[in-house]
Design a protein around this ligand. Structure first.
Ligand SMILES: [Zn+2]
Length: 386
């Protein structure tokens, strides 16, 4: 049994009184939350720093781990996407498995306890089965052509069953507005509703995504030309990508919008009006890596968006660390509070994934992981205590 106290304890929602002591079993279960008066002084382990629950990484692509340090930075989303397509199958299966195993270990060292992970194949199943981390897999589907919606959906359901038959939590997810038709988005999110599972979609990661929807212009035309896919059927909608797709998402499904780098105030207001179960995921390191831009986190927060944090993949990040994402935000947009970002990285992520019974909050009878955050603003590091 351990009796843990620290300079500050953040529950996942708020700071607890400074005399709080966590009573933690050897296996990491919080057996009680009490105060210093109730514990013999010599038994208390005091830590310099902030204690919080284990982190929830709501957006990762374990499958792309072998692309670390391979793709040039700040080339924009189109050239980044083309480089991923070019390089992702250049490596042996063994090397890819090894890269995923290291990425999984790195997340554990970085105090992450649960991951929302995008998968296009079954390659990550073995790692996920053997890992100590909780994984929810989003089986990601791509088909902008509405005529392909049924076929792609059926193939996706087959891949999904490979995860669920080995008791891994999983559901389908459309890749992005520019790569999934409204028909496919509707089919996928209706399926998530049936299964009572969350979904996820990349959203407004680049300015050119909005140009594509507004006027069918911009760099996405070059993408489809380069990969030789005709998009003759696609019509500009005269509005942003998010406003185009929002009504096609099943509104009773927890839905993660990932990136939101170019979401306007109007986009946010309209989306929130239509859909009340949206979660807005920040992946600042990937945004700087690919587009050298960041979402306006103040705007998202002041508009009442529920924020979460993701690392994205090692193709667009030098590590898989939630505290590093928080450091990046605090460096670039220092008017955001650590409290806001810790809440996003713990409680909100757990709620989104539907795992708040176990994770995201320091509470009696939870085995949610316990992290110690050390250091100064913008330069924090994390140590896993349980
Ligand atoms: Zn992603």
């Amino acid at each position: 049994m351990r009796f843990i106290s620290a300079n500050q304890i953040f529950s996942g929602k708020e700071y607890l009184p400074t005399n709080t002591v966590l009573v933690v079993s050897d296996s990491g279960l919080i057996e009680d939350i009490t105060t210093k008066e109730n514990v013999e002084f010599s038994n208390i382990e005091h830590f310099e720093g902030i204690i919080c629950p284990g982190f929830i990484n709501t957006h990762c692509h374990l499958e792309l781990s072998h692309l670390k340090n391979l793709i040039k930075q700040q080339t924009g989303i189109i050239d980044f996407g083309l480089a991923v397509i070019k390089h992702r199958n250049e490596f042996s299966a063994e090397l890819q498995q090894e890269a995923m195993r290291l990425a999984d270990k790195e997340m554990q060292t970085q105090g992450i306890v649960a991951v929302g992970d995008i998968s296009n194949t079954n390659e990550s199943i073995k790692i996920k089965k053997e890992s100590n981390l909780y994984y929810h897999t989003f089986v990601e589907l791509i088909a902008l052509n509405p005529e392909r919606a049924n076929l792609v959906f059926d193939t996706g359901k087959q891949l999904l069953s490979e995860y669920t038959k080995v008791q891994l939590s999983a559901s389908l997810a459309p890749h992005a507005p520019y790569s999934a038709s409204l028909e496919l988005i509707k089919k996928i999110t209706d399926d998530c509703f049936q299964l009572n599972k969350p979904t996820s979609i990349h959203n407004q990661e680049s300015k050119t995504e909005n140009e594509f929807f507004n006027s069918k212009t911009g760099d996405y035309l070059r993408l489809y030309e380069t990969i030789k896919i005709s998009i003759d059927y696609f019509k500009a909608t005269g509005t942003s990508s998010l406003q185009t797709i929002i009504s096609s998402l099943n509104q009773k499904v927890n839905t993660l919008l990932v990136h939101n780098t170019f979401s306007s105030k109007e986009d946010i207001e309209i989306a929130k009006n239509v859909h009340q179960q949206l979660y807005w995921c920040l992946c600042p390191n990937a945004n700087l890596y690919i587009e050298n831009a960041l979402p306006d986190i103040n705007l998202l927060n002041s508009s009442g968006c529920t924020l979460t944090i993701g690392t994205d993949s090692l193709a667009s990040n030098s590590n898989l660390s939630i505290i590093d994402e928080i450091n990046t935000i605090l460096k670039h947009q220092p008017n955001n509070s650590l409290e806001l970002l810790l809440n996003a990285a713990t409680c909100n992520g757990a709620k989104f994934l539907g795992i708040e019974n176990q994770f995201g909050l320091l509470e009696k009878n939870k085995e949610c992981g316990i992290n110690l955050i050390e250091g100064k603003t913008g330069n924090y590091s994390v140590k896993k205590l349980a």
